[in-house]
Ligand binder design. Structure first.
Ligand code: RFL
Ligand code: PHB
Length: 391
């Protein structure tokens, strides 16, 4: 087989890249080791930045997002038993975020790609990258027990943190930065009506809680737990008791209902520099992980492939290699800023049980500042709705 761009991974990064390249008349093949059903059913992100929404709408994959997504003009921060609204819309000159589940974005992208005749191979095995330092890199894999090979001009490694792409770059050529947080998130989906028109990020003495939504009858809630916790230790009753304790106010109670999904994720930051080597370009979680408190992971993945598809367009249509050469440099600037924001939000909102009362006092003062100073709130709002794509 031959294509222009071989894409490993059908997550938001890989599918969106394939879609953007198609719109530029550039051919790609996508390889995914899970089934279509699995990728369309994995529960993850919910918050889309303004720029991500505009890109999805502007490239013809935003129809359902417009109908079913929920546009939010603000978020609420809760601490010391009081709630404070950050009016993002006003603070950013009219910007907003949209709550629309990641697996719905995946469904929309897969449907659009298949409609446009794309080649997506699901359930592939044993994906290997070869000759990435040459001008004709190759991807070998097995499909239904048969060994296959794709020859291409470029490989895009969009295969998440555990995929093989990043590891194909010699260790001596990549610098990796890692940080682990002493926090985990227990996430649930519950059958209940929305509790609040906007997201609530709550800092409580017993730990952080986040109130998000999915639809008029499904809600998404998160609780800070120890990262070594096991989900079996969390009965539905225990989850509801803890959620109510961390978010209820005198005159406001969280809506609860049957829990239809629950799991625990740990939290870390990771950056791989470089994001490119030879003819291999990395994008999304394959090259950076952020803690979910800033809601940036999927948005960064989309920003990466926007830069990459533009660089490839310049290469194929104008024979210019400058943007391709600068891909890693352009993306890592944005990635570091998103890391900074996500780490800051994480530290400000979670309860660190190793902290002294003095450190906890500083944390509450930070929340007080962000919710009382317009310039501090503006900085949060600008980053939450998404910094502009600069290059
Ligand atoms: P993905 O989504 O991990 O996709 C990678 C794909 O590659 C496949 N793959 C392989 N394919 C072929 N061969 C191999 N050997 C392969 N190995 C792996 C995988 O099966 C998969 O389909 O990475 P991508 O595309 O870079 O997208 C990144 C996002 O998924 C991620 O950053 C977000 O989910 C992070 N995130 C959030 N991001 C936001 O922007 N806003 C949010 O509100 C938000 N909330 C969240 C989140 C992540 C969370 N978890 C579960 C960590 C909330 C949570 C709880
Ligand atoms: C979600 O709705 O899943 C969500 C919302 C905000 C975050 C992370 C996840 O910061």
């Amino acid at each position: 087989m031959r294509t222009q761009v071989g894409i490993i991974g059908a997550g938001p990064a890989g599918l969106m890249l394939s879609h953007l390249l198609h719109l530029q008349g550039i051919d790609s093949i996508v390889l995914e080791n899970r089934s279509r059903k699995e990728i369309e059913g994995t529960i993850r992100a919910g918050v889309l930045e303004q720029g991500t929404v505009e890109l999805l709408k502007g490239t013809g994959v935003g129809e359902r997002l417009v109908k079913e997504g929920s546009v939010h003009h603000g978020i609420e921060l809760q601490f010391n038993g009081r709630r404070h609204r950050i009016n993002m819309n006003e603070l950013t000159g009219g910007k907003s975020i949209t709550v629309y589940a990641q697996h719905e974005v995946i469904k929309d992208l897969v449907a659009s790609r298949l409609h446009d005749g794309a080649q997506i191979y699901f359930d592939v095995r044993d994906v290997r990258l070869l000759d990435i330092e040459t001008s004709s890199p190759k991807i070998r894999f097995r499909k239904d027990g048969v060994e296959e090979e794709i020859e291409c001009d470029f490989i895009a490694g969009c295969d998440g943190y555990h995929g093989p792409s990043r590891k194909s770059i010699p260790e001596s050529e990549r610098k990796e930065f890692k940080h682990t947080y002493p926090f985990g998130w227990l996430g649930i989906l519950a059958e209940a009506p929305p509790s609040n028109p906007e997201l609530i990020y709550s800092n409580h003495e017993s730990g952080f809680a986040l109130i998000s939504t999915r639809s008029i009858d499904i809600q998404r809630y998160y609780l800070q737990v120890d990262p070594s916790e096991h989900i079996e230790n969390w009965s539905d009753d225990r989850i509801w008791t803890e959620l109510h304790k961390r978010v209820d106010l005198k005159d406001w109670k969280l809506n609860d209902g049957p829990i239809i999904q629950k799991n625990i994720v740990s939290m870390r930051s990771f950056i791989c520099e470089t994001m490119q080597y030879g003819r291999l370009y990395l994008a999304g979680d394959a090259t950076h992980i952020v803690p979910p408190t800033g809601a940036k992971g999927l948005n960064l993945a989309i920003a990466d492939v926007q830069v990459l598809s533009n660089a490839m367009k310049k290469y194929y249509h104008e024979q210019q290699t400058e943007l391709l050469t600068r891909y890693s440099e352009i993306c890592t600037r944005r990635v570091w800023k998103a890391q900074r924001f996500s780490a800051w939000m994480t530290r400000m909102l979670h309860r660190n049980f190793e902290h002294s009362p003095f450190e906890y006092g500083l944390q509450l003062a930070e929340l007080d500042l962000v919710t009382s100073s317009q310039s501090a709130a503006k900085s949060l709002a600008e980053q939450y709705v998404g910094l502009p794509l600069e290059y």
